[in-house]
Design a protein. Structure first.
Length: 443
């Protein structure tokens, strides 16, 4: 089709002109609705109804679980669309076919189609809503066998919840985004459980019985066909540290698959692997073969999640941005990473975080120095507040004027025997990762 945009950059400029709640978060959902996305999809012929869907939410781990599910399905020979957020470097990363980001020209065409219908809509869509519709169009155009769709925020009122998931996944639930989702874990669980649909199978990761009962109530309310719960229907039994990741034994209905190498760091990735395998088993109606599981997990690569970028010093980036994520990160550092020199965290956070709660597990894991930065977003927490929290837990703290300078300073402090960790927000991880890879390549 002819395009109103001279280039992809011009199209992305149009996209960025829309409200972006990822950068400027609302304090409450005053009038929550999915009507705008549903209306846009109707104009386009309801592309979201053309393929089965596995829908994933959770406070932490949903990105890793989405990547694992995708890898297993691709290994089965299926044509797999995946939609994730946020991106680290380019918006193309969010919309992928068999793990490969959408081509620039195809993305340009999708945005041009959205531009053409925007004036027909009752109200303009947000940036995330537009990307969601673009992804669903792309999956229909590519005739995918299955779409693996990660929720952006929450569940019930997330723009992805226009889909009808044959399998709905909740990885875990803890306090996060309380200004939008609710002030208690129970309220947040209720919001996330909103992705469970009639006739579908719900997959629930490790949670307490109180949260499980909320999910059970949702399943009964909407007429879900069944609920699979970690520790009951499926599990990760042995979960051992291995070279380059974890060696796990996975149990799902109909199969026990031992000694699976998951090439990702942290014991939590074993739990995510169990959830992913359960989701694929539920989708297929049978467990995949042990060869598919072994090969599928072997190909999983997740940028920005306990990702090792270099050695001497050890350089790691991780997207932990809430207390639960920081606790998992701290545990992984204690178990699998140790250095002789100084351990430094380059860290920036968004407003609304309890900064001390993020620092405490990192300090317990042996990180003694913090270089505090501000993410490139209006929601950034002032670096001075971040530094104050670091000092409160006992770290030495300083402020860097930019993320680029922050990672340079982290490398200076760590020397060749130490460790540099960049974390606190995916905004920080994306910029830090790009700068660190350049600096490491020059060494």
């Amino acid at each position: 089709m002819s395009t109103p945009f001279a280039s992809l950059d011009e199209a992305l400029g149009w996209l960025d002109g829309h409200i972006d709640y990822e950068r400027v978060a609302p304090t409450r959902r005053l009038l929550p609705t999915l009507d705008g996305v549903a209306e846009a999809l109707r104009f386009l012929g309801d592309p979201h109804d053309t393929s089965p869907v596995i829908h994933i939410t959770g406070t932490n781990g949903k990105g890793s679980t989405t990547a694992m599910i995708t890898a297993l399905l691709v290994e089965l020979g299926l044509r797999v669309g995946s939609y994730t957020s946020p991106n680290l470097h380019r918006v193309n990363e969010r919309i992928a076919l068999n793990g490969e980001p959408i081509d620039d020209g195809v993305l340009l065409d999708a945005l041009a189609r959205l531009f053409a219908i925007e004036t027909e809509l009752s109200e303009p869509l947000t940036r995330f809503e537009l990307l969601t519709v673009a992804a669903l169009m792309f999956f229909a155009d590519e005739a995918v066998d299955v779409a693996v769709i990660e929720v952006g925020l929450g569940g019930t009122w997330d723009s992805t919840n226009v889909v009808h998931g044959q399998v709905s996944v909740i990885t875990n639930v803890s306090l996060d985004h309380t200004q939008v989702l609710g002030n208690t874990v129970g309220e947040i669980a209720s919001d996330k459980a909103g992705i469970i649909k009639s006739g579908g199978i719900a997959i629930l990761g490790i949670v307490g019985d109180d949260i499980a009962s909320i999910v059970e109530d949702r399943c009964e309310e909407v007429g879900a066909s069944s609920l699979w719960r970690a520790g009951e229907t499926f599990s990760c039994e042995e979960n051992r540290l291995a070279f380059g990741g974890r060696l796990v034994d996975l149990h799902v209905p109909g199969a026990v698959i031992p000694d699976v190498l998951v090439p990702l760091h942290g014991a939590h990735q074993g739990d995510n692997a169990a959830v992913a395998l359960a989701a694929v088993t539920a989708f297929l109606g049978r467990p995949p073969s042990s060869d598919v599981v072994t090969e599928g997990f072997a190909h999983v690569v997740i940028a920005g999640r306990l990702e090792v970028l270099g050695h001497k010093p050890l350089v790691i980036v991780d997207g932990a941005h809430n207390p639960a994520g920081a606790g998992v990160l701290g545990a992984a550092l204690r178990e699998g990473f140790s250095v002789d020199g100084v351990s430094v965290v380059v860290i920036g956070m968004l407003e609304g975080r309890e900064a001390v709660d993020l620092f405490a597990p990192l300090y317990d894991a042996g990180i003694t120095h913090a270089v505090c930065v501000e993410p490139d977003t209006p929601r950034a927490m002032a670096a001075s507040f971040v530094a104050e929290a670091a000092r409160e837990v006992g770290m030495h703290a300083e402020i860097a004027p930019s993320i680029a300078r922050g990672v340079e300073r982290g490398l200076e402090l760590a020397g060749s025997d130490g460790m540099v960790l960049a974390t606190g927000s995916l905004y920080v991880v994306g910029d830090a990762r790009e700068n660190l890879r350049t600096l490491i390549a020059k060494r």
